[in-house]
Design a protein. Structure first.
Length: 336
């Protein structure tokens, strides 16, 4: 089969490799689409994602496709099923898994990170992380179930009420997903702050979102929001997130920061406002909810996908040569 292999750091090669064999508890999937994101760029550059990727490895952790074959112990999936895949595989035995916090698993493995993923004609995954989807959900949209499930996990960590006003800082793909997810979960007003004129216009016009373009001088209101999601990971926007909170607010620090970066915070303000500041990592127990949001069309991801690439074009993204990407997916095979 054809696959795009990360052979060494900063080098992707399209090559012929053997089709993987299916183990007893696994599923062989004919890949339709593979989403590509900032994590893939980090892995390409030798940085860790949710776990460390060691070349040679086939990346691609946001995947959809059609089941080709199942192992002898598999009962929940059958050949011909249209599916999406949660890449994260928990050990089930460590302290965190045994205390219902598997996202913190000490032995986390992941499809497309620690084992071969969807930048190939076929890939395998344990049946326990493979989810059937209905015929009314396109395989292209299903390929981004994983990032939506990460947004869903972040939202699940918050205490939400319809009366709340929310702000999302960051108009990247994840920030855009948070806007729709918060609205789908009943928050009555969700605003978006960012720097891309085109993406802010899309969210304003298509999804009826109030937007702030901070690159053009728009000011984020201070002391105004009950929920603030920081989806950038920059000290400046992290400080803006705290400043935007009203009393009793919750701040979700979702943006992936440089491990060495820090931001200033007024400890009295945390006390006086009674703030809750919450981190969020990956997506435990959120795939069914994410699929439900997609199948009900309460979250519409297709307008947010700006680029459809071939395997041979992936390195243009991971190397940073491809510009103005809102969200890219790789069309691996022409499947319906």
């Amino acid at each position: 089969m054809q696959a795009l292999v990360l052979t060494v750091t900063k080098k992707l090669e399209e090559k012929e490799v053997p089709t993987p064999e299916v183990k007893d508890d696994e599923v062989l999937i004919h890949t339709a689409y593979a989403g590509i994101c900032g994590t893939d760029r980090e892995l390409y550059n030798g940085l860790p994602g949710s776990a460390q990727a060691n070349p040679p490895i086939i990346l691609g952790h946001e995947n959809s496709g059609i089941v080709k074959e199942v192992g002898k112990n598999v009962t929940n999936i059958k050949p011909g099923d249209r599916v999406t895949v949660d890449p994260n595989i928990y050990c089930g035995q460590c302290y965190y898994c045994r205390t219902s916090r598997p996202e913190l698993c000490e032995h986390l493995s992941a499809v497309g990170v620690t084992r071969d993923g969807g930048f190939a004609e076929y890939f395998t995954a344990p049946a326990k992380v493979v989810y059937p989807i209905s015929d009314n959900l396109s395989l292209k949209a299903a390929a981004v179930t994983e990032p939506l499930s990460c947004a869903m996990h972040g939202v699940n960590l918050l205490k939400l009420h319809p009366y709340q006003k929310a702000l999302v800082i960051g108009d990247g793909f994840m920030g855009e997903l948070f806007v729709q997810t918060l609205k789908a979960m009943g928050v009555h007003q969700v605003d978006l702050a960012g720097i891309s004129k085109d993406k802010l216009k899309l969210n304003h016009d298509h999804f009826d979102v109030t937007t702030f373009n901070t690159a053009q001088g728009d000011k984020i209101p201070n002391n105004a929001y009950d929920i603030v999601v920081e989806a950038v990971g920059n000290p400046i926007t992290q400080e803006e997130a705290i400043a935007a909170t009203r009393r009793g607010a919750q701040v979700l620090m979702f943006g992936v920061a440089n491990p060495k970066s820090q931001f200033k915070i007024n400890s009295y303000e945390i006390y006086q406002k009674q703030l809750t500041i919450q981190g969020s990592f990956i997506n435990p127990y959120c795939f069914e909810d994410a699929i439900g949001l997609l199948e009900s069309h309460k979250v519409d991801v297709l307008p947010l996908i700006s680029h459809e690439l071939s395997l041979g074009e992936v390195e243009q993204f991971t190397s940073g040569k491809l510009k103005d990407v809102s969200k890219a997916v790789v069309k691996v095979n022409n499947l319906k």
